[in-house]
Design a protein around this ligand. Structure first.
Ligand code: HEM
Length: 509
């Protein structure tokens, strides 16, 4: 007995000694690295509780509740500069809106940063091992898997969204032209994207949408809100015990599983009857279905489900949010509406073509200006997967090299960066699409991210948004704002309007 106790005590002492030596060696290596690169610490946001950061967390939660989180971020950057650090839950976060620093994290030093275990853990109940939560080889494999789906032929095929816009226009008319456009855009984008991805539309635009469709729609929203809450809780994620959240994730998965089973059946048929033969025999060209294409490369049902749920989420809220903000601005700016409508009508052709859309320059400016002021992914982050040094961010002016410890987080805000006067001029706060006539920004305009993880759906989203806007401006001659209030931020995984886009449209003669 005594001998066993002695053994345990010796083991403990050896472990403590080993840990202490390791810790000392790491400290020495880190201070050498800092000295070699001339690193200076970043400015630190003044905190009452610099260890757990309860003051910062409370401030963040309070601001989010009042729809003012992004404004709070802007105020912090206005007083502390482009880059500063905060400490929360024993972790240091580097907060930045410096394009040089962001470019290094996302591109030049891509290998040093990843999504990290925190993001994976918070999002995995909904997103599993999907493209948004994985790093390294698993991510690279998934990225390679979806790449062929974004070739130009698929992206510019308007048959994917044409009849969903028809349905939208018909629905606006049935509702006597007074609608919340944001709500309708969310339904329409879910319908068109689900058709592209599953081969079958969810059917939310129909007045009598099925119960399964409505349940799926609500479950997707609830599961997404829960995911963002878990992300905000960080290391305290274990306190999130919401049965409805788990059930909502289950509902979303069950809905997707139905289509995964169909895709695997398609795969079995394909291996029995190669596609060329089937096409020729049936005399028809098969409709492009994203999930079927994925199923050619893998028959792992969970992998297929994770991919499709990630894609659906990536595509729905961002594109619908962009459309909502475009019409939010148009309803408040009749001058921009008139100019945009003139541009659309000048180049419009029946049926509308990709080339005609490309000729609508002012339409492009309006979309860029909306993405600048209201980027759908308004804040984002990466975690250092090893000790590293960034060339900027350190020192009181943020211009010296900055040491980043393994597992420290870099959070960047495109919302704040896109509104900085030093990048976009004195009128950076103003909605002025004309600025894009001469603007060729670099990393200071980043709605679709940059580097190897740049949004693969960028072209798809811009085409869907341009097509929808052009069709609506052709169908309606006027838009009137029915909401006297300013925009109120609704920040989940993407940025939307808490007050929606209430407006009255006038049908064109
Ligand atoms: C206006 C619309 C859109 C915006 C502003 C947008 C923006 C972004 C941003 C900022 C990211 C980077 C996220 C991160 O790294 O944390 C991203 C990633 C991604 N987006 Fe989009 N997106 C849009 C539409 C779409 C659409 C329509 C699709 C698919 C059809 C799509 C698919 C993806 C995927 C799969 C990723 C993950 C890429 C990776 O990690 O390698 N997006 N998007």
């Amino acid at each position: 007995m005594a001998f066993s106790l002695l053994l345990v005590a010796c083991g403990l002492v050896a472990f403590c000694l080993y840990s202490t030596v390791q810790w000392l060696l790491t400290c020495r290596r880190r201070s050498l690295m800092k000295r070699q690169h001339g690193c200076l610490p970043a400015k630190q946001l003044p905190q009452l509780d610099p260890i757990m950061g309860t003051d910062i967390v409370m401030q963040n939660l309070e601001a989010a509740k009042k729809h003012g989180f992004l404004d709070l971020l802007r105020t912090r950057h206005a007083t502390n500069g482009l880059t500063f650090t905060t400490n929360t839950y024993l972790r240091t976060t580097i907060n930045t809106c410096d394009p040089t620093l962001i470019q290094n994290v996302l591109s030049f030093q891509f290998q040093d940063f990843g999504m990290g275990p925190l993001r994976r853990k918070s999002a995995s109940p909904l997103l599993g091992q999907g493209i948004f939560t994985t790093d390294d080889e698993i991510w690279a494999h998934q990225r390679a898997l979806i790449r062929p789906s974004f070739v130009r032929a698929q992206v510019t095929d308007f048959s994917i969204f044409g009849h969903h816009v028809d349905q939208l226009i018909a629905l606006i008319s049935r509702r006597n032209y007074e609608v919340d456009l944001q709500q309708l855009f969310f339904r329409m984008v879910l319908d068109s994207n689900s058709e592209y991805m599953f081969g079958e539309s969810v059917g939310m635009m129909s007045e009598n949408a099925s119960e399964a469709a409505t349940t799926f729609h609500h479950a997707l929203d609830y599961a997404q809100q829960g995911t963002i809450l878990r992300l905000r809780l960080g290391n305290l994620m274990f306190t999130h015990r919401d049965q409805k959240f788990r059930e909502s994730c289950g509902t979303v998965h069950a809905y997707a599983d139905k289509f995964v089973a169909q895709a695997l059946e398609f795969r079995r048929q394909q291996s029995s009857f190669p596609s060329e033969k089937m096409d020729k025999d049936e005399g028809v060209r098969q409709k492009y279905v994203f999930l079927n294409e994925l199923a050619k490369d893998t028959e792992d049902p969970i992998m297929l489900r994770d991919q499709i749920v990630n894609m659906l989420l990536a595509a729905r809220d961002t594109t619908a949010g962009l459309l909502a903000f475009v019409f939010f601005m148009l309803a408040r700016r009749p001058d921009v509406w008139d100019k945009l409508r003139a541009d659309v009508l000048e180049h419009y052709c029946e049926p509308l073509t990709y080339e005609a859309l490309m000729d609508m320059k002012y339409l492009r400016y309006v979309i860029h200006e909306t993405l600048r002021l209201f980027p759908p992914i308004a804040t984002n982050s990466r975690m250092a997967n090893k000790d590293t040094v960034l060339p900027v961010g350190g020192g009181p002016d943020g211009k010296s090299p900055l040491f980043v410890k393994k597992h420290h987080v870099v959070t960047y805000s495109t919302f704040v960066m896109h509104r900085r006067k030093e990048f976009f001029g004195e009128d950076a706060e103003e909605f002025r699409p004309e600025r894009w006539e001469n603007l060729r920004p670099g990393w200071e305009f980043l709605p679709f991210n940059g580097g190897p993880r740049i949004c693969p759906g960028q072209k798809f989203a811009l085409t869907e948004a341009s097509y929808t806007i052009a069709r609506l401006l052709r169908a309606f001659s006027k838009v009137e704002n029915l909401d006297p209030t300013d925009w109120r931020e609704q920040l989940t995984l993407s940025l939307t309007l808490n007050n929606g886009v209430l407006c009255r449209l006038t049908p064109a003669e």
